[in-house]
Ligand binder design. Sequence first.
Ligand code: ATP
Length: 224
Amino acid sequence: MSLKPIGILGGTFDPIHNGHLRLAQEALEQCNLAAVRFIPSGTPPHRNTPYTNAQQRLDMVRLALQGNSAFTIDEREVHRNDPCYTVNTLTSLRTELGAQQPLCLLMGGDAFLLLHTWHEWKQLFELAHIVVMQRAGGRPLGNAMNEADTFLRSEYHARLAPAPRVLHESPAGTILVADMPALEISATDIRRRCAEGKSTRYLLPDAVADYIQSHQLYTQHANH
Ligand code: ATP
């Protein structure tokens, strides 16, 4: 009996928004995943320090996931102050979930094109599949790969999966590219709107917009 893959979506989630949620929902349905675990980062190695603290980012993810039993929150990174590398997070998930459990690391095409800069990135393929959600109307990943890092390109061509069923047939090691509708939403843009006193409604769940408003988050941080 094969196990349904579990999706993993890491991010700063500063704040979480509908782009993240839609990415997870598309992956859940298109890849027939058992669930998606959202893993808010602690001190992210590739990013600047978050604008809100760990508890606030965690609260916002929790509010955003309410009502969707297929989406769960995983706190293994968020309370840590040292850099949390995805390779370590996946290793700990692998230990917990067992060698046979298919794992799918979910990310947007923009994140995938920088994968070769991640700590021990080639090891990621020993631990999980990678599902790249490319946004409609954007440059197709296959084209963008022509100008990508040489090593990343060769992994991409060697590991490209023809269909989502492949994710169910082994615990790790392939790359699946799937499509999603483009939602031109970013945390940066949401923070800017907050700093300018504008509404963020319909860019993220109402409960998260209300939380941002009532805690007066991002009021100082224009243009970041
Ligand atoms: P920031 O604006 O602070 O850089 P962000 O909104 O881009 O933040 P991240 O935490 O960098 O969010 O993103 C986590 C993951 O979500 C990445 O894999 C990224 O590709 C993906 N992602 C972010 N925004 C969208 C979106 N609008 N549609 C689809 N995927 C997205």
